[in-house]
Design a protein around this ligand. Structure first.
Ligand code: C5P
Length: 224
């Protein structure tokens, strides 16, 4: 990247499951007047599309998943690009347990990764975006002007996830179960979940969301 870089600004926010990437990225984008893209929602929507076919996951092939991806589009919303499945909103479906349980299988497929990456890159060609995921700062936008790597302790990530889902703090059993689920998904996703060498690390365990967002916004403003 040269100091005369005038390509649309891209900010990447990567990290493990439930590290707060998407909610942070959405707020950062709104503060900067940019649009948010959540690459995980694309993997989730492709998975949901494949699941609608009704075949058992053992029968899914890279080709069947790519065919399922033809039903997925990414459309501009007010502050985010949002996925559509057969032209319709699908948020509840893609956040459900069934999709969450199979998405890592789909995300392992190299041609599916290439499809998601092309979709995100083509969005960034004409818009300033804040994009979150696992490998946005490494595989997809190695030249991004700002790369952030968000981390938090597994129990903290699990606590936030339950709070988001149930609107209350977890019981000890719920916390243990959620932590185990997150760690299992981290393990399945570990290959593509790596910080870029030049990423700014932010540990969100002990800081508020406002503070995280403020730090990323001021870094982005310096590099804009
Ligand atoms: O971020 P989220 O948890 O919604 O992502 C869902 C899944 O999509 C992850 O568990 C991972 O398998 C996959 N993913 C990925 N690379 C990305 C974003 C998500 O492999 N850049």
């Amino acid at each position: 990247m040269s100091s005369f870089d005038r390509s649309p600004l891209v900010v990447t926010i990567d990290g493990p499951a439930a590290s707060g990437k998407s909610s942070t990225a959405k707020l950062v984008a709104a503060r900067l007047g940019m649009r948010h893209v959540d690459s995980g929602t694309l993997y989730r929507t492709v998975t949901a599309s494949q699941m609608r076919g009704g075949e058992a996951p053992e029968l899914w092939t890279e080709q069947s998943v790519l065919d399922a991806a033809c039903h997925v589009t990414l459309v501009p919303g007010e502050t985010s690009f949002v996925p559509r499945l057969d032209g319709a909103e699908c948020e509840a479906e893609i956040r459900g347990e069934a999709v969450t349980g199979q998405v890592s299988l789909v995300a392992k497929m190299p041609h599916v990764r290439a499809w998601v990456n092309a979709m995100v890159r083509s969005t960034a060609a004409s818009h300033e975006i804040v994009v979150d995921g696992r490998d946005m700062g490494t595989a997809v936008f190695p030249d991004a002007r700002l790369k952030v790597w968000l981390v938090a302790l597994p129990e903290e990530r699990a606590r936030r996830r339950v709070l988001q889902r149930l609107g209350r703090g977890p019981t000890p059993d719920e916390l243990a179960a959620e932590t185990a689920d997150l760690e299992a998904r981290d393990l399945k996703d570990r290959e593509q979940t790596q910080p870029a060498a030049d990423a700014v690390w932010i540990d969100t365990t002990g800081i508020s969301q406002d503070e995280q967002v403020g730090r990323i916004v001021s870094l982005a403003e310096q590099r804009r």
